[in-house]
Each structure stands twice: as structure tokens, then as C-alpha cells.
Design a binder for this molecule. Sequence first.
Ligand code: FAD
Length: 442
Amino acid sequence: MINKNKAHVAIIGGGLAGLSTATALAEQGIQTTLFEAGPHFGGRARSVGIEFNSQTFQVDNGQHILLGAYHETLKLLEKVGVQEKQAFLRLPLALNMISPRNNKVLKLANPNYLPHPLNQLFGFLCCQGLSLSERFATVTLMFKLKKISYRLTADEPLKNFLLKNKQSNQAIKFLWEPLCLAALNTPIELASSKVFLNVLRDAFNGGKTDSDFLIPKLDLSQIISTPILRYLQTHQSTVLSNKRVHSIQPIENGFEVATRSEKYTFSHVVIATAARKLKDLTADLPKLDFVTLQTEAYDYQPIYTVYLQYPSHITLPQPMLGLVDLTSQWVFDRGQLCGQQGLMAVVISAKGKHQKLTQDMLALKVAQELHHAFPHLPKPLWHKVIAEKCATFSCEVNLPRPANVTPYPNLFLAGDYTYADYPATIEGAVRSGLACANLILK
Ligand SMILES: Cc1cc2nc3c(=O)[nH]c(=O)nc-3n(C[C@H](O)[C@H](O)[C@H](O)COP(=O)(O)OP(=O)(O)OC[C@H]3O[C@@H](n4cnc5c(N)ncnc54)[C@H](O)[C@@H]3O)c2cc1C
């Protein structure tokens, strides 16, 4: 049992994983110090200011979407005082996919008036844009997945799995591939079927609202890091920004943690950085070499977000639309979502030819694609491309994922890459942070 009066936990990394560890420990009265290398907290889920015509617009480093199944994230936000209705637009599952090039659409919606899971069955059966036999094959697959509790004995690339399960090219292109890119940020030819099915399980096999989309109505820092920091500061936690940790040394009864200019001692340490930053911290921790070797082998996938500002009266038919056969994959109307009238956020997940374009060329291409899909759109007034080149680890077949415990007692690993059930997501990061806090508290 932890001695609350003597324990002092260092948490290294102020992303969702570190913030969730700190909150869970602070709630139990454990002294914590949170080190963040950058000036801001939130890590890969944060807001940024963009300047145009001496005005600053707050946007996110990438348009994020949460699912109703993100229970731990929603509980964490509730704990720190975030009111869901003010923070998110909750939309029952609805996919509106458009292929302007081939003049095709797919529309999938779960009718709200039907009880769960009938609403899902009805949604798939009535999916517009797929033939009767394609819809039948999709429903058959969903039944099969339920029967096997969404668990596979052997992992394989998602595309193989879908083809083996009689999903047509059309169903893959309009339904499964966009979902795979949105959930795993990994090309469907490489993506882990096991991890994808875990996300499907949580979205479709739980309560009626677990498949809801929750789209932020405020910028991410207002929803996540600001309220969590406020909570931590009122719970006697120390939060330090611009404090990059350079080394961690095991010492008697704990660890010495060093930044460039200071040394601190702690009883416990949680390393909550992204996987690719782990190596920077483990030089004096040789028993972690095998973990560093594992994570050094990870490949990473980018996410590009192209913000296009149109005149303020411009809107799209839906707040969120999927685009097929184009460079642009999803478009979000931030006027409808968060009151930023005329601002569209276009998301492009995973590696692709778009990475070869300059940012201006990419913005022009995306603006042309939007104009083709929605001819009422004029030329944008300005654009900004945010390229997160290593947005997430590539969630591939049988990817080894380290555990939260390490060979060093009282040293733990948190971060989206340690929560093996999920791809790199907010919920994975939050759950990993909670797991570390529970290991410390037990
Ligand atoms: C563009 C984009 C879009 C995304 N969209 C979605 C989405 O729609 N839905 C979803 O669920 N997820 C999405 N994700 C993924 C999600 O944002 C991440 O999985 C999650 O935020 C990871 O949190 P983390 O705490 O594990 O890591 P991080 O957020 O990377 O946090 C690690 C922190 O550690 C700090 N750090 C590193 N080294 C040190 C050091 N030596 N000392 C001190 N601090 C250090 C870093 O500065 C960083 O703040 C998206 C990610 C990106 C980039």
C-alpha cells in the first residue's frame, strides 16, 4: 500500500496520458509533479493560434473526434468540471460519404427511434449507396463479429479480413476504409484487424450512445488541458511547463529526475511521452532497452489538417462529411460545430502523395476538390495547413506494445502506445494514464 505522506510522483509528459495520471493521483491526495517539455499542455491534442490580417483564430493541431465509447475520457472531463453539452456536439452515428468524381454517395445512419441494437441492424440494412447483397454481407459480418465477441485468434491486415468476409470493393472504399483511417490512421492494407475490431466492439457492442460521435465545440485546450490544469492546481499538484526532463536515474528508494538546470528526487516516476520520445529518457535505465528497441521499430503516420476560411455565410450540408476518391478525406464545417463561421477543416490521414506537395499547393488542391464537391464554395479567403508528420504510430498487424509496468519497481510507462487494445487515441492515452495511477495506488 502506498504511503501517501511519503510518496511524490514525477509524471513526465503533459499530454492526455500524463494529465490523466496526474488527475487520478491528485484526487487520491498523492503529491505529483508534472513536467512538460513544451510551453503548452495537451500534447498531440491541443489548440494553436493562427494569425490572419492581424487577427488570431484558435484552431486545433488537428480536428479531433471522440466516440460515445470513450467512457474514461468523458469521466475525466466531467471530474474536472467540463460540461459535455458545452464542450461537444454529440451526433448519433451517421456517415455521409461523397465521391464527387464518380457521383456516388453512401449514407449510413442509426435511426434513433429504434431500440438498441435494432437501430444498428436497421442502419446497416438501409445503408444508401450499397446494393442489397452488399448490405446483407455487411450485416452478416456484424453478426459474425458479435458472435466471436469481436475477437480474432490471429491478426491480419484489415483489408484481407474484409475481403475474406465478402465485403465488396464498394463497401470497403465507402465504409470500412474511411472508418479505418479515422480510427487507426493506418492504411487499410497494413492496419491491424484485431485493434480495429476492438474499436468496433466498444462502439457497437455497448450502450446505444457508444457509437455517437462527439465533436468538440470549443478548442481542445479549453476542453482538455485548461480545466485539468485548474483541477491539478487546486489539488496541490505542481505543474511545470518548459521543463524538459533529460534523465532519470534509479537511486535508493526512488529516482533522480534531471532537467537541464535542476535535479529532483521522487518515489515514483511515470514516463508519459509519445513512444518516439522514450529513447531520450532511458539512457540510464538499461532494463528498459528491450522496450526502447520495440518502440524504435515503430513506423509513424501523419495527419494533415487543411483549414480553409470562406466568407462567413458559407456552410456545408452537414457538419461532417466524408470524401472518397480524393486527397481530402473528411471535411468539418467549424461554423456549425464551434461557431467559426465559414471555416472548414479538411483532414487527410496516413501517408500519401499529398506529402510531396508544398503547403500552398496542398491547400489549393483541397480547395479545388471542395469546390468540385460543393460548387457553391467560392475561393477561400485564407488557408493554413497543419502537418503533424508523426501524428500516431502506425497501428499495424501484431505490433508489439509495451506494458505499463517496467522491470524497475515504481517506474511506469503511460501513453497511447501502451494501451494495446486501442490505436493511438485520446481514450487509449487516458486509460493508460489511469492504469499507471492504479498501479501506484494499489
Ligand atoms: C492531428 C491529430 C489528430 C488526431 N485525431 C484524433 C481523434 O480524432 N481522436 C482521437 O481519439 N485521437 C486522435 N489523435 C490521437 C491523440 O491525439 C493521441 O493519441 C493522444 O493525444 C496521445 O496522448 P499521449 O499523452 O499519449 O501523448 P502526447 O500527446 O504526445 O503527450 C506527450 C507529451 O510529452 C511531452 N514530452 C516529451 N518528451 C518530454 C520530456 N523529455 N520531458 C517532458 N515532457 C516531454 C510532449 O511535449 C507531449 O506534450 C490525433 C492526433 C493528431 C496528432
